[in-house]
Design a protein around this ligand. Structure first.
Ligand code: NAD
Length: 510
């Protein structure tokens, strides 16, 4: 039985949390909030549908100007020429600054997205601080290489900042994601421009203010708010931008890749997923159940890395599915600011309508809705949906092939691990995957057999910042994590030095 916790109004929340969300959100350019622009859009609190602010889109030409200014600051060396030890010290202060504003930053993100406050406050914001600490720590280990293979030469490779890095961010984990990219971009001395999602303009702007308050020059980090196809596109096309780290939907990623080709920018794309979660009979049943629920329902299921295709070995299918449905139907839905709420409203109306449409799609294609899909009782407004569990007709069903990006799990029985791996790979995506088993050979077989950027064995989401993160196939290009993100935001240069004066043929003397 779904229990619904009614949401409070924005005004009540602002009083209770002591945070006032500004009426108008523009961009942050050279440390100044700039609120003039060409278009505006409304920000709606997804739990009550109240319009609480409006975003202002920076005009295309102004967005292009920001890129030029960031390039000029890079050239001038405001940030690039600071000693590494100073950049590291500033990064540690950024982390402190983020934690000082933890409750405010969690409040803003929960208001903008409807994802439970507790998840932002307890995990995402501390993670954002940790991201800056991490890149400050590892910066001491950045080094070039020396090669001596060629007789009489030393070949040195240097890793230099690329110039202006553009971070284009989605709405679903505003700070945890943007902080990782901004930190990776800035630590090597680049200038950074962030283009946040239209749905989360203020959380990222406040993050950038924390970065500047801690000592990063305001000329080195800018936030351009605005409409993706306008302000975002102007930045992508700007010749002053040297590298793009895009996190968002696969179709947008394709557009950005095409647009970036005009100036041959380096790009990293972190895109959508439809990840397999394989549960074998050799798994610890309770742990697999808890982990599978976490992996699809945390963050409202609005996460790229959800384990949304749950494949269960046939001999335990009925028992697992019925326990899963019982728990899913018991999730607490409602007020994203209530302590015990586990699922908030979906982020915005068109997204909500799209997620809801997969109930009808499932039924039309012969899949069975085992629970959820309706409005929770008592929810007379807000973009709330009861978490959905469906038994998929087969892996070709749209509910198994399309990213739904909500609290929607598709279950399927499988004969054995081999079939699980085969079905896991029958997907255009390949972001992550999960395997639940206590049998070591099965762990190894799944780890090598599944074509996805990450295989999580007996764990829901776990990120090690040193390790690669990214997607196979249409889930992306390039890798996040220490080696990949630094590679994206740096140029590699080779310097060749003869160890002794060289014999030079004297051209033009005979
Ligand atoms: P989206 O693709 O709609 O938007 C992402 C960003 O791109 C926004 O800032 C938007 O304004 C901008 N944008 C849109 N069109 C643009 C254009 N033509 N030029 C420049 N910028 C443009 O994605 P979303 O709805 O914000 O986020 C959800 C998607 O993100 C899901 O598909 C999810 O899987 C994916 N995602 C992936 C990862 C990952 O690590 N792989 C992480 C989080 C989210």
């Amino acid at each position: 039985m779904v229990s619904f916790i009614p949401p409070r109004s924005v005004a009540e929340l602002e009083v209770q949390f002591g945070v006032r969300y500004p009426q108008t959100i523009g961009s942050l350019i050279n440390g100044d909030r700039v609120e003039d622009g060409e278009e505006t859009w409304s920000l709606q609190y997804p739990a009550t549908e109240e319009v609480f602010a409006s975003g202002v889109s920076l005009a295309k030409e102004k967005a292009a100007d920001v890129a030029e200014q960031a390039a000029a600051a890079f050239k001038a060396g405001d940030w690039r020429l600071k000693p590494l030890s100073e950049r590291q010290a500033i990064f540690y202060r950024v982390a402190d600054q983020i934690l000082k504003h933890k409750d405010e930053l969690a409040f803003i993100q929960a208001l903008e997205t409807g994802i439970p406050y507790k998840q932002f406050q307890g995990f995402h914001v501390p993670r954002a601080a940790e991201n800056f600490r991490f890149f400050a720590d590892v910066a001491s280990t950045f080094a070039g290489e020396t090669y001596q293979q060629m007789e009489r030469y030393l070949s040195l490779t240097l890793h230099e900042p690329i110039g202006v890095g553009l971070v284009v961010a989605p709405w679903n984990a505003p700070l945890a994601l943007a902080s990782m990219k901004i930190a990776a971009c800035l630590i090597t001395g680049n200038s950074c421009i962030v283009k946040p999602s239209e749905y989360t303009p203020y959380s990222v702007l406040r993050l950038a203010e924390c970065v500047i308050e801690a000592g990063v020059p305001s000329t080195a980090v800018h936030v351009v708010n605005g409409l993706g196809p306008k302000a975002g596109a102007a930045l992508v096309e700007s010749p002053s931008v040297d590298a793009i780290n895009f996190v968002g939907g696969t179709e947008t990623g394709k557009r950005i890749m095409a647009a970036a080709s005009g100036t041959l920018k380096k790009i990293g794309l972190e895109l959508g997923g439809k990840s397999a979660n394989i549960v074998l009979k050799s798994a610890d049943f309770e742990r697999a159940l808890d982990g599978s629920l976490m992996s699809i329902f945390a963050g409202n299921g609005e996460q790229c890395l959800v384990g949304s295709r749950i494949m269960i070995e046939r001999s335990i299918y009925e028992e697992f599915a019925s326990a899963f449905v019982e728990r899913a139907a018991n999730l607490k839905i409602g007020d994203p600011f209530a302590d015990d709420v586990e699922i908030g409203p979906l982020a915005f109306k068109s997204h909500y309508d799209r997620v809801c449409s997969y109930v009808g799609i499932a039924q039309e294609e012969g899949s069975e809705i085992l629970c959820g899909g309706g409005r929770p009782e008592g929810a007379d407004r807000g973009f709330f949906i009861e978490p959905v569990v469906a038994r998929a007709q087969n892996n070709d069903a749209r509910i198994c092939q399309e990213e739904i990006f909500g609290p929607y799990a598709s279950l399927m029985p499988i004969d054995d691990l081999d079939q699980g791996i085969e079905l896991a790979n029958q997907s255009d995506f390949g972001l992550v995957s999960y395997i639940w088993t206590d049998d070591v050979p099965s762990m190894m077989k799944a780890s090598t057999g599944i074509r996805a950027g990450t295989v999580w064995v007996n764990t829901p989401v776990a990120r090690d910042l040193r390790a690669h993160f990214g997607g196979y196939k249409q889930s992306g290009i390039g890798r996040d994590g220490l080696p990949g993100s630094i590679e994206l935001f740096t140029e590699q240069k080779t310097v060749m030095l003869p160890t002794n004066p060289l014999f030079m043929p004297k051209l033009g003397t005979s």
